[in-house]
Design a protein around this ligand. Structure first.
Ligand SMILES: *Cc1c(COP(=O)(O)O)cnc(C)c1O
Length: 353
């Protein structure tokens, strides 16, 4: 792939690491590539970060024709810049795009584009502990036509956002509300795809939970409202006795790369992991009996997020005294040590830029 590069003539001032937050600051450049049904992918280019000019009739504005990814570039303790499992993100982007009839670039090309972009903006990878350069690849349908039809034109873009430490105030367990009205997705729907529409469907419940003092909602399946699926935009895991249980990938659960990595680390340790249907009744019974030892969410943003309290059907269940569990903490430590280059990456999960 021949990527053309147009460098900015007006580099922006960098925001101090402690003022970054999440998703508000963007680097100097972005990667763009167009697609047409006859030409395929063309014109891969790195250009100054800036606004798009699109017809108001573009399909992305009307029919939710959008898929995205989220991953991070880290500045390691040895001063290198490394991406965490970017190949997995771009493989998932292909699956997401296929579900909503969008084209997706070849994962190897996308990794190459991302490395070239991060290399140009390498000074934008923040330095402080816990910070990272958040990477947001996405694909939108750009057809100038209100008719509902298969996509004929699309745009693939990657933007970069330096982000502050997720755990600036330390790792505090969160309160979760089990959502019994809204569902995020259904079997046969788009749950396994990372598409904007899934977020549109889940924002209302998140807002409601937030007003009631909860950080996230725990989603139940959309057919029976019985089986646990995910927590907010994270996958979820429970330690029951000595076994870790996580909902299996039924098609309505997003196949998280953090989930996949944590399951592998657990299995390496010899911990029994069950990927299966797990009902909310089984969960609250285990919480009430004390069999539920720990609970946590997994995702790129938080890596591991301990759950300290679950609310369901007017009752509240405290997990591990509201504290982070030993296993939760050790998984966070083990995975972030690989990401931050504190230990040798024996798995080959990180890619140097
Ligand atoms: C992105 C996402 C996750 C987490 O996936 P990771 O690859 O671990 O970041 C989980 N659930 C939903 C709904 C998501 O969009």
């Amino acid at each position: 792939m021949q990527i053309s590069v147009t460098r900015t003539t007006a580099p922006k001032a960098k925001t101090p690491d402690n003022e970054l937050g999440f998703g508000r600051v963007f680097s100097d450049h972005m990667f763009l590539m167009d697609w047409n049904i006859d030409k395929g992918w063309y014109d891969p280019r790195i250009v100054p970060f800036g606004d798009f000019s699109l017809s108001p009739s573009c399909a992305v504005f009307h029919y939710g024709a959008e898929v995205f990814e989220g991953l991070k570039a880290y500045r390691t303790v040895t001063g290198e810049i490394r991406l965490f499992r970017p190949d997995k993100n771009f493989e998932r982007l292909v699956n997401s795009a296929e579900r909503v009839s969008l084209p997706a670039p070849d994962p190897a090309d996308a990794v190459e584009a991302l490395r070239a972009l991060v290399d140009i903006d390498r000074d934008w990878v923040p330095h402080s502990e816990g910070t990272s350069l958040y990477v947001r690849p996405f694909i939108i349908a750009t057809d100038v036509n209100l008719g509902v039809h298969g996509t004929k034109n699309a745009l693939f873009a990657i933007i970069l956002s330096p982000s502050g430490s997720y755990y600036k105030e330390g790792i505090n367990p969160v309160k979760i509300m089990i959502e019994t009205e809204d569902v995020r997705t259904v079997r046969g729907g788009t749950g396994y795809a990372k598409c904007g529409g899934n977020y549109a469907a889940s924002t209302r419940a998140g807002d409601k939970a937030s007003k009631m003092g909860f950080s996230q909602v725990l989603w139940l399946d959309g057919v029976e409202r019985k089986y646990i699926e995910e927590v907010g935009s994270m996958n979820v895991m429970f330690k029951l006795g000595d076994t870790v249980v996580t909902p299996k990938l039924t098609g309505s659960v997003l196949p998280g790369i953090t989930r996949m990595s944590i399951v592998e680390l657990l299995k390496d340790r010899g911990v029994k992991v069950e990927e299966r249907l797990f009902s909310v009744d089984e969960l609250v019974a285990a919480a009430a009996s004390g069999e539920l030892k720990e609970a946590w969410g997994t995702g790129t943003a938080a890596v591991v997020s301990p759950i300290g309290e679950l609310a369901y059907d007017g009752k509240e269940y405290i997990v591990n005294g509201g504290n982070i569990g030993e296993l939760t903490q050790s998984l966070y430590d083990e995975l972030t040590a690989i990401q931050w280059g504190k230990v040798e990456d024996k798995k080959g999960w990180t890619v140097k830029v």
